[in-house]
Design a protein around this ligand. Structure first.
Ligand code: NZQ
Ligand code: ZN
Length: 385
């Protein structure tokens, strides 16, 4: 196992009716800004519950955070935060709203040009406003981690940053608030969480059986509850297990002490930035080909994945790896997510366009060994077409 530090200060408050606890979770004297997206929280009752819980607090709002939140929009939130002397941020929504809120929290106190947050990966953030989250979409894990991914529309750039100051103080996970999600977003959530686990598990052996078996249990749980979540949208048990699996998939636990990949995500971000394809859809496009192209480097873990996650024990090593990759693709397709670039109407020229953007963003040495160069990324994209 590799050396590691594990730190996660996020208080999780889980279950139906827990939004009422905002009354005591948010500091009594705080000047609160509630941030949300395009209005789903108003349709499903979340907004009403949040405002009822905060009725004795000083509250204003910022709405209109897009799916794939933009830098431009979040700078408007920062202006409002400064004008209204806000000192606590409450994100109510999915990963986009929480990510956008993390940027606003850091940018509001940032000395210098806030865009530098992205050119330095968040390393120079020295402080951030405190934030809390009410999660409505199980997918990204943003509610319990210190990462954020933001798009800049003018340059078609989508970049992440991380910093411990943007861990939420608390996250409320009420599974009933996910009942209103359309099938597309449930599928996105399941596939995103699945691939978060894969990016931290399917690398090379690190003699870390605790992390491996935690990861395998999350994958198996997602395989089980994913289709159930589509079939029976109002099943509290199913939604609870999906929500907790997605949070656990990217809260730092399974990635501690093991090599991590993230090449699939970084290629996927370019596809979203250029062609506005949903985050999870881009991952479903890239991952099967990524595993195929890098099968030699990932051989031992691919065989472990085949056996322990998919129960594939028969056949030659290559046949087992082929079968595991095929099953992975079939699972994404069964969830309703297409797995090829051409399924989204992209021309073959998109391959070179993505490679050019990877080059422009310095994404030239990706993966657990830093050996995924532009030539390998191109091969992966050709296999994804
Ligand atoms: O804007 P509203 O009206 O709220 O609608 C949203 C949005 O259109 C809707 N929605 C959310 N909860 C709902 C709901 N509709 C009905 N009922 C509900 N309960 O769903 C749509 C998508 O929401 P979004 O927040 O964009 O989805 P998701 O949670 O999948 O977040 C995706 C973003 O997170 C980033 C992605 O890159 C992408 O920008 N990621 C963040 C990560 C992190 N911080 O650690 C890691 C991930 O890998 C990912 O990159
Ligand atoms: Zn993701």
């Amino acid at each position: 196992m590799q050396q590691f530090e594990f730190y996660n200060p996020v208080q999780i408050v889980f279950g139906e009716g827990q939004i009422a606890k905002l009354a005591s979770l948010v500091p009594e004297k705080a000047r609160v800004l509630v941030l949300y997206g395009g209005g789903s929280i108003k349709k499903n009752g979340t907004y009403t519950e949040v405002m009822e819980a905060l009725k004795n607090h000083s509250v204003t709002e910022f709405s209109g955070i897009e799916a794939n939140p933009t830098y431009e929009t979040m700078m408007k939130a920062v202006a409002q935060i400064k004008a209204e002397k806000i000192d606590f941020l409450l994100a109510v929504g999915g990963g986009s709203v929480i990510d956008g809120t993390k940027l606003a929290a850091a940018a509001a106190l940032y000395e210098g040009d806030p865009w530098e947050i992205f050119t330095t990966g968040g390393q120079h953030i020295k402080a951030a406003l405190p934030l809390g989250a009410v999660l409505t979409l199980p997918a990204t894990g943003s509610e319990m981690n210190n990462g954020s991914v933001i798009s800049r529309s003018e340059t078609k750039t989508k970049l992440p940053f991380m910093n411990r100051h943007v861990f939420p103080k608390f996250a409320i996970l009420d599974p009933t608030k996910t009942y209103s999600l359309p099938a597309r977003q449930i599928a996105n959530g399941v596939v995103d969480a699945f691939i978060h686990v894969v990016e931290q598990y399917l690398t090379y052996p690190a003699n870390a059986p605790v992390q491996d078996r935690f990861a395998e249990s999350l994958l198996q749980t997602l395989l089980e509850v994913g289709p159930q979540a589509l079939a029976t949208p109002h099943d509290y048990t199913v939604r609870s297990n999906l929500m907790w699996a997605a949070t656990m998939a990217l809260n730092g636990l399974i990635g501690a002490g093991v090599p991590q990949d993230w090449a699939t995500h970084l290629l996927g971000h370019e596809l979203t930035a250029l062609y506005n394809i949903d985050h999870a859809q881009t991952l479903a496009i890239v991952l099967p080909s990524m595993l195929n192209v890098r099968r030699a480097a990932k051989r031992e873990k691919l065989l472990q994945y085949a056996e322990r996650v998919w129960g594939i024990k028969e056949g030659s090593e290559d046949a087992r790896i082929d079968a595991a990759i095929a099953k992975t693709r079939e699972f994404f397709e069964a969830m309703g997510i297409k797995t090829r670039m051409r399924d989204y109407g992209l021309e073959v020229s998109a391959i070179n366009a993505v490679v050019e953007q990877l080059k422009a963003h310095g994404m030239v040495a990706l993966g657990e060994r830093g050996d995924v160069d532009l030539a390998i990324s191109k091969l992966v994209l050709e296999g994804s077409y």
